[in-house]
Design a protein around this ligand. Structure first.
Ligand SMILES: Nc1ncnc2c1ncn2[C@@H]1O[C@H](COP(=O)(O)OP(=O)(O)OP(=O)(O)O)[C@@H](O)[C@H]1O
Ligand SMILES: [Mg+2]
Length: 502
């Protein structure tokens, strides 16, 4: 069996100023590539690392923004003999991942219930997929209302039908009673109301739950029920049979609590929540992620499979982005569940070019355990402000900086963005420079601390293409790793000709 040691060297890079062996251990500590448009991120460092990960046998997930990315990855897999491991998720291939089926059947997250699991997944995806300008000052409030709606709608699906489908969730949310109408009145519309119907159906299952509870209840409880009056007995069962308790919470939510949510908040929730579900209900996404049973899962990556979600954001827009964030988060959770790994466990990679499209709020936290689970994250983006804009929420600058801190290797290609160049220069830090001066023929020496690489140096790096002999350059900083010359950075050159780095 192939062994995957964290000390295995994936590549050696640098120049006469300093060289470094870069290992599997470095890869699973995360990589961030920055660089301006056309600076050589995709065809230089991105491609080089992708080919190294594939050649080393990693499994992985690839997210796509540009329409040609899938084809490019197919080529990478051919070059590294990995074509048989490809799982392409697109309307042209018959690969299906039914996320609700996967989340409800394939694993159990500790003590978390199915509803809690799904709430966590859908909540993260919906909030990452949101237009960050929606929500306004009352963020907390509508987020709480949205979470409650999500969790109650999921519970209602489970109570009424014993399973969850996207269509059912969508219908329940659409038909949830609104303020200003008495729900006790018969529905005004002739169309059936999915939410009230589900509540009725759940209610009709009450005897089934009672019977189930009584079958499993200890003798002492049965005795207690016998001696209790009818009312007390009912209350006792209501308080103790889990489905019945949940039913009353859910009923109360839809018939009362949620109807009191102000109209404005309600429309924001409808807009984000139903908008997201609506996207999932339309093809090709519906067929790929909701209609058919799974014929692959994220766990296949442990066996070396490479999943490419070929629904590029540039072609599929919001829905392409939503379902890729969904796939990414479910994949991350699956990879993390593997826990601590040994030398026989295969590393897996997450590769996202134009990664600002796919960030979510748990990325930084998730990254903290990536090393022990051998998950090699590689994100490519032009500059730091890209991330600020997509992070949203409170204090995005700090959150982005702390997120970047969790990706230990940073590769900086040519860039005209001053914030990114400043960040790179500060990350590499100060060095002691010797200053020689002569005054009236007398030579003197002094030293001063100055940036090892000044911010403007990053705008002078080679950007590849034929005029640069198909070579692109970048400064590389690897946290807590020094070069043979004892520097914390090196200058790497990447070939754009599908060849290894120098
Ligand atoms: N096969 C090729 N032949 C000639 N030039 C190429 C080739 N591949 C890339 N280039 C050039 O190399 C440069 C870097 O391209 P690359 O696509 O890697 O940049 P990038 O940093 O990913 O840019 P973006 O932010 O736009 O994605 C560009 O000027 C591009 O035109
Ligand atoms: Mg690119």
């Amino acid at each position: 069996m192939k062994s995957f040691d964290l000390n295995d060297v994936l590549l050696q890079w640098g120049d006469k100023e300093g060289r470094m062996d870069w290992t599997v251990g470095n890869a699973v500590e995360g990589v961030q590539i920055f660089g301006g448009i056309g600076s050589g991120k995709t065809s230089g460092s991105g491609r080089t690392l992708a080919l190294k990960y594939l050649a080393a046998g990693f499994g992985g997930l690839v997210l796509t923004v540009k329409p040609d990315e899938c084809e490019e990855w197919e080529k990478y897999c051919r070059l590294t003999g990995r074509s048989d491991d490809l799982i392409i998720v697109s309307p042209r291939h018959g690969n299906y991942f039914n996320f609700l089926e996967y989340e409800s059947t394939s694993h159990k997250d500790g003590e978390q219930s199915l509803t809690e699991n799904l709430v966590q997944v859908l909540k993260t995806v919906i909030s990452a997929a949101n237009d960050k300008s929606i929500g306004g000052g009352d963020d907390r409030f509508w987020e709480t209302a949205q979470d409650m709606l999500l969790s109650n709608a999921l519970d209602l699906c489970l109570l009424a039908e014993g399973r969850v489908t996207v269509k059912m969730l969508y219908d329940i949310v659409q038909d949830a009673p609104r303020p200003g109408r008495n729900v006790a009145d018969p529905p005004q519309e002739t169309r059936r109301n999915a939410c009230l119907e589900a509540l009725d159906k759940a209610f009709s299952r009450m005897p089934e739950w009672t019977a189930k509870y009584l079958r499993s209840a200890p003798d002492a409880v049965i005795e207690k029920l016998r001696s209790a009056s009818d009312e007390e007995g009912k209350l006792f069962i209501r308080e103790n049979a889990p489905e019945i308790r949940t039913y009353f919470f859910v009923e109360d939510f839809f018939r009362r609590t949620f109807r009191q949510v102000p109209e404005k908040t309600r429309s924001i929730i409808d807009f984000t929540f139903s908008g997201f579900l609506y996207g999932l209900l339309r093809d090709p996404v519906y067929s790929l992620f909701a209609r058919h049973p799974c014929n692959f899962t994220p766990d296949d990556c442990f066996k070396g499979k490479i999943i490419i979600v070929d629904l590029p954001v540039k072609l599929y827009h919001k829905v392409g982005r939503d379902c890729q964030i969904l796939m990414k988060y479910i994949w991350q959770r699956a990879m993390e569940r593997r826990g601590k790994t040994g030398p026989d466990d295969r590393p897996v990679f997450l590769f996202a070019d134009e990664a600002q499209n796919f960030l979510h709020e748990h990325d930084a936290m998730y990254q903290a355990t990536a090393r022990s689970s051998k998950i090699a994250t590689l994100y490519i983006s032009q500059n730091i402000p890209n991330y600020y804009a997509s992070m949203g929420g409170f204090s995005p600058e700090n959150r982005v900086k702390s997120f970047l801190g969790t990706l230990a290797t940073k590769i900086f290609h040519a860039n005209a963005d001053t914030q990114t160049n400043q960040y790179a220069s500060e990350l590499i830090g100060l060095t002691e420079w010797r200053k020689d001066s002569s005054s009236q023929g007398v030579l003197s020496f002094s030293s001063e601390m100055a940036p090892a690489i000044r911010p403007e140096e990053f705008s002078k790096l080679k950007t590849g293409g034929s005029r640069n002999g198909m070579k692109t350059q970048a400064y590389v900083h690897v946290q807590s790793t020094l070069t043979d010359k004892n520097n914390n950075y090196l200058k790497a050159t990447f070939s754009q000709e599908y060849a290894p780095t120098s």
